[in-house]
Design a protein around this ligand. Structure first.
Ligand code: FE2
Length: 237
């Protein structure tokens, strides 16, 4: 099982605050049955340049790998980031460096507001550069008027959708989550975990619910989809 969205890398964003916490998060996920984790720290182009972010992320990776040397965890790690969309994102020269390492897939966070037609075109331009955007926690945007239609447009253009475990675990949204999954629209699920308290790994709860609400083949299909990306990705641990 794969966690496709995490803030486990230490001291690089608002997620894990040190390498010990990162290790504890990985152990929790491991105990919840997760075998592969995609590391996706926030990249905000308005806050730092692509070069500065890349450097900080690399330092953080080394810190985590050092910790794992002392205390190994039976889990595979892959490197990516969660890039906040902005109109000129497609123009960023080093955009490919922000894709999941070894692949052409890039996790993109969209604005939490009604989207403009320009945003659909912006996503199209990213696709035009040979990258496939995976829209992070897509369920969090569709409450805004008009976004659902634009999201489907992006899906038709080839974008993929990632859903957070919380949407499945929350009783109020569970039925909607299951409907989306059964429709085949969901490419991957992720915990989007940030810490050990209010945004802790919540993968197992989702799995228990999904095993009840989905058929065997639906469950297997959902869990295997992100493997099509990760089989080509560069494993960093
Ligand atoms: Fe996130």
């Amino acid at each position: 099982m794969i966690d496709f969205h995490t803030h486990i890398l230490p001291e690089v964003d608002d997620g894990s605050t040190d390498a010990q916490m990162s290790l504890a998060l990985l152990k929790q996920l491991n105990n919840q049955g997760v075998k592969k984790v995609l590391l996706t720290p926030h990249f905000y182009a308005y806050a730092s340049s692509a070069e500065v972010f890349a450097e900080r992320r690399e330092t953080s990776v080394q810190e985590l790998l050092n910790e794992l040397k002392k205390d190994p965890v039976d889990i595979e790690l892959y490197l990516g980031c969660e890039v906040l969309y902005f109109e000129e994102l497609w123009r960023v020269e080093s955009l490919k460096d922000f894709a999941i390492r070894g692949t052409e897939y890039i996790l993109v966070e969209m604005p939490f507001a009604p989207w403009s037609e320009n945003m659909v075109r912006g996503v199209e331009k990213i696709i035009g550069k040979g990258l496939t955007p995976v829209i992070a926690h897509f369920e969090r945007y569709i409450k805004y008027k008009g976004n659902r239609e634009k999201l489907y447009e992006m899906l038709e253009m080839g974008a993929l959708l990632q859903m957070n475990c919380k949407y499945i675990n929350d009783f109020k949204t569970r039925r909607r989550a299951i409907r989306f999954i059964k429709s085949g629209a969901v490419f991957a699920i992720g915990t989007d975990c940030h810490n050990l308290s209010d945004r802790a790994p919540n993968y197992e709860e989702s799995v228990n619910i999904l095993k009840k609400k989905l058929s065997n083949s639906e469950f297997k299909q959902l869990m295997s989809k992100p493997n099509t990306i990760l089989k080509d990705a560069k494993r960093i641990y």
